[in-house]
Write a protein that binds this ligand. Sequence first.
Ligand code: NAP
Length: 493
Amino acid sequence: MTISVHQHPREATVVDAAPKQLFIGGAWRPATGERSYEVEDPSTGRALCSVADASPDDGLAALAAASEAQESWAKHPPRERGEILRRAYELIMSRHEDLALLMTLEMGKPLTESRGEITYAAEFFRWFAEEAVRIGGDYAVAPNGSGRFLVMRQPVGPALLITPWNFPMAMGTRKIGPAIAAGCTSVIKPAHQTPLSMLALAGILQEAGLPDGVLNVVTSRSAGRLMEPMIRDGRARKLSFTGSTAVGRKLIEQSAEQVLRVSMELGGNAPFLVFADADLDAAVEGAMLAKMRNGGEACTAANRFYVHAEVAGEFSRRLAERMSGLRVGRGVSEEVQVGPLIDDTQLGKVRDLVADAVQQGAEVVTGGSVADGDGYFYRPTVLSGVPLQARMSREEIFGPVAPITTFTDEQEVIAQANDTEYGLVSYLYTRDLQRALRVSEALESGMVGLNQGIVSNPAAPFGGVKHSGLGREGGKVGIEEFLETKYIAVGGL
Ligand code: NAP
C-alpha cells in the first residue's frame, strides 16, 4: 500500500466555478443573514470553500417555490419533461471531467470512481427521460357491466428529497429524475459534507431548460432544524430519503403528521456467501467490487463474508493479496484506488470496529490500522475468524474492511446471513444452479448479487426490505414513487 498526496492542477478552478448559494425559485441567493459553512476536503482535512447555510425560513421559501410551480409543472407535456432530462444528461456527460474532480474534492473518492458515479448519475436522467412518456392508465368494464373504471396516474405533488454524502450526485439524480419525469416539483437537501455536486447539478438542470421552482436546492449544517418545518408544513406531499436507518425512522415519524408518502433507502449489512463450488477467481473479483466500491462507504458494501471452510483459506489469501496491493491516497491522483473516509468520526468508527473484532479473537490478515497522511485514511483490511458476536457483524462498517467467517452448512449460513435487522442486498457465489435459486429465494434482502459483486443499475429496481427501507428507486417502478393513482367511476352507460 502506498500513500499518494499529489495535487491536481485544476482543483482551484473547479471549486471556484461551482455554485455556492441556495437555489430557490430558479434564482441563486445567499442564506438568510449571509450565513455559510465550510466544506472540507477529507483527503487533507482542510477547507475547500464555504457554501450557504440555509435557515428554516430559507427552507420554507424553497418549499413555497416548489409548491407554486407544482400546478403548471404537472401540466407540462411528458415529452418536454423527458427532453429536459435528456438535455441535462448530455450536459452532465459533456462536463464529466470537471464534475468528477469536484466530487473527488468534496467526497474523497478516487477520480476513476467519481467518473463512474457521474456516468451512473447521468444515466438516471437518461432512463427517466424515457419513462416520462410511459406513464400509463387503465380502462375497464365493471364486473356487473353497468359502469366503467378509468384509472389515471397523477404526480404526487411537491417532494422533499434528502441525500447522503457517499454518492453525492447519483443519490440525487435517482430521486430528481423520477420526480421531474412524473411532474413533481421538489426541494433537495444534500448532505452537509458534499453540497457542491448537487449545486452544480442544479445549474445544469437550469441550463437544460427546467422551469423556475421545479427543483430547489438548500444546503445546511443543521439538517434537522431545516427539514422538520418543511416536513410538518403540509404543502409537501412526499418525502424521499436516502441515509441511515436511525435518521430514516425519525423522518417517518415526522412524516406521519401530514401523512406524507415516504420512500426510504436506508442502511445495509450485506452478507457475501461463497460456497465450496464457487468460481474462486470470480468470487474474489466480486468481493473486491462489493467491498471496495467507494472504499467500502456504500450501503451495498459487503459487510460480512461467509466462506465455506473448504475454500476459506484460499479465498482469504487471494483477497488479502488484492487488498494489500491497493494504492491509498488523495483521490485526485490518477493512480490512487482508495481515497480517505469521509471524516474523523467515520475513521474513528472503523478503527473501533476493527479493535473490537480483534479483541474478540479475529486475526488481521492484512491492514488493520489507520494510514499516514493528513486526511482520514484507513488501510484496506482483511480479518479472518471474525466471531458472530463482533460488533462489525451487526453494524455497517462503511470502510475498507472485509471480515471473514467460515461455514459448512447451507441452512446454517442462510440463517446467519438473515440474522440482521437490515435487508438491502446479499451476494452469493456458487456454480450450482439449484443452490443459486434456492439460496437467492431464502435471503431476506431486496436485491441479490448472484455471481455478481455489483447490483446497482438505473434500469433495475433498487431498494431494501426490513430496516433497509421502503419503496424502490430506478427501473420501471422508480417513477411509481412519485405518482398517485386516481380512479374515476364512470356511470350512465
Ligand atoms: P445520515 O446521517 O442519515 O444522513 C443522510 C442525510 O440525512 C444527510 O443529508 C443528512 O444531513 C440528513 N439528515 C441527518 N439528520 C437529519 C434530520 N434529523 N432530519 C433531516 N435530515 C437529516 O446518513 P449518512 O451518514 O449521510 O449516509 C450514510 C448512510 O446512508 C448509511 O447508513 C448508508 O447505508 C445509507 N445509504 C443508503 C443507500 C440506499 O440506497 N439504501 C444509499 C447510500 C447510503 P447532514 O449531512 O447535514 O447531517
